[in-house]
Design a protein around this ligand. Structure first.
Ligand code: NAD
Ligand code: DAU
Length: 351
């Protein structure tokens, strides 16, 4: 049995990933380590709670002793690091936690993995690791910065992050890279575009617009709404991560995108029309400071070298996603009170 340590597995992408992995690899054990911030929700995983080969540990990836204990008890063969503060707007309000979780947390995981995976961890010249181990860092296309009207992100581009969030993710990428270069650790970094799909926290564009639309509340569009994102269905992303985990060449970075470039305003109008609401709900508000204009991914490396490609068209994916939010209103209602309501009020009352 292989044991995969998944961090941040109670969040949007991590929870979808764990559910897919348990179906696809019933002989694997998944250990989910999550501190359950506002974005972590064990309800996302209720259908696999009772699985024999699934374990949940509530703890912080920044806690060295706790990570050491987890390695001692479960001896993971691989780490897939999703745990992060992930929302750009929050990183503008409160950058520091992005630095500690996204950078220091990643470093704690790397250091613990090195201690347990390196054959002779006291010999700084040794580059020999236990067979089959892998550290997979889930990163983002935002580390490349912003594109103009044309061009695509390729893996060899320099990192030019613009927000505290993306700067923290870029820093983590560089530390992961350094552990490969200096210590020979088998690592991969994946950089994906904007995910959408079931269980996404309603602070992000698509679920926020669906939720507000259903309540006939204003739909806050930043700036002119012409910023472009390359939308990737979360199920496609999870398959891509599994592919890199098993077939990725050590030390390599793989971009993952959906080939679905859309301007924000197009998406907002599509949601309004699908839900049969009025475009009068659209409210153009002050732009996000440092707002990246366009992201778009070149998938060539992962498609040609590892054989992955996205299966969802945006039309199919968004239809299913809107339907999921309609069928699971209770899930959003449980989140959209309490802390989220306070966040929403603070974030959108002055724009
Ligand atoms: P999310 O915010 O939904 O979930 C993050 C999870 O990490 C939560 O369950 C949270 O409780 C947990 N967490 C946060 N701090 C932690 C800590 N210190 N210790 C342990 N757990 C902690 O995020 P997501 O959208 O699922 O994103 C997952 C990863 O993918 C992140 O690393 C993010 O940077 C990256 N990513 C996301 C997208 C996207 O569109 N959502 C795109 C590209 C990359
Ligand atoms: O590109 C990958 C990144 O995608 C991930 O690394 C991040 O974790 C993830 O949050 C996401 O970042 P974005 O900033 O692109 O996503 P967000 O959903 O916050 O915003 C998408 C676009 O919609 C962006 O141009 C800002 C705009 N927007 C967003 C919100 C929340 C609005 O116009 N109004 C809004 O209320």
């Amino acid at each position: 049995m292989r044991t995969i340590l998944v961090t941040g597995g109670a969040g949007f992408i991590g929870s979808n990933f764990i559910k897919m992995m348990l179906k696809k690899h019933p002989d694997y054990r998944i250990v989910n380590v999550d501190v359950l911030t506002y974005a972590g929700n064990l309800g996302n995983l209720s259908e696999i709670d009772a699985s024999e080969n699934y374990v949940f540990v509530k703890t912080d990836i920044r806690n060295r002793d706790a990570m050491t204990e987890i390695f001692k008890v479960y001896s993971p063969d691989a780490i897939v690091n999703f745990a992060a503060e992930s929302h750009v707007d929050r990183s503008i309000e409160e950058p520091e936690i992005f630095l500690t979780t996204n950078i220091i947390g990643t470093h704690v995981l790397l250091e613990t993995a090195k201690k347990f995976w390196k054959i002779d961890s006291d010999d700084k010249y040794s580059r020999e690791y236990k067979p089959g181990v892998k550290f997979l860092q889930v990163s983002t296309d935002e580390v490349y910065g912003a594109l103009g009207q044309s061009g695509l992100f390729v893996e060899s581009m320099p990192l030019l992050p613009n927000s505290p969030y993306s700067a923290s993710k870029a820093s983590a990428d560089l530390i992961v890279r350094a552990y490969n270069e200096t210590f020979g650790m088998p690592v991969n970094i994946t950089r994906c575009s904007n995910n959408y799909g079931p269980y996404q926290f309603p602070e992000k564009l698509i679920p926020l617009m669906i939720n507000n639309c259903l309540q006939e509340k204003d739909l806050p569009v930043y700036g002119d709404g012409m910023q472009v994102r390359d939308w990737l269905h979360v199920f496609d992303h999870c398959v891509a991560i599994d592919t890199v985990l098993h077939k990725g060449k050590d030390g390599e970075v793989y971009n993952i995108g959906g080939n679905n470039e859309k301007a924000n305003i197009e998406i907002v109008k599509l949601i309004i029309n699908t839900l049969g609401k009025s475009e009068d709900l659209i409210k153009y508000v002050k732009d996000r400071p440092g707002h990246d204009r366009r992201y778009a991914i070149d998938n060539t490396k992962i498609t040609t070298e590892l054989g992955w490609k996205p299966s969802y068209t945006f039309e199919q994916g968004i239809k299913e996603t809107i339907q999921w939010y309609l069928d699971n209103k209770e899930w959003t209602d449980n989140i959209a009170t309490g802390d989220y309501a306070k966040y929403y009020e603070k974030m959108y009352s002055n724009v």
